[in-house]
Write a protein of this length. Structure first.
Length: 68
């Protein structure tokens, strides 16, 4: 599960997760105009958020159009 929280709520969230026996860790930060993802320290994706949204919003339609 991916959870988004404000920076000031991060530590309390991680503390509560640990107390409940739920593994949790920071995997990234939100904000800005670019979506960047690194895998094992290597760049995996770096696109403008608006471009990523445009691709995502039409993905299912494109998938099913190809399946027909």
């Amino acid at each position: 599960m991916v959870v988004s929280t404000s920076p000031e709520d991060l530590e309390p969230f991680l503390t509560k997760a640990k107390a409940a026996g739920v593994p949790a860790e920071l995997i990234g930060r939100t904000g800005g105009t670019r979506l960047t993802i690194a895998v094992a320290g290597a760049d995996g994706l770096d696109v403008d958020v608006s471009e990523a949204e445009q691709i995502w919003s039409g993905a299912l339609e494109r998938y099913f159009d190809k399946s027909a």
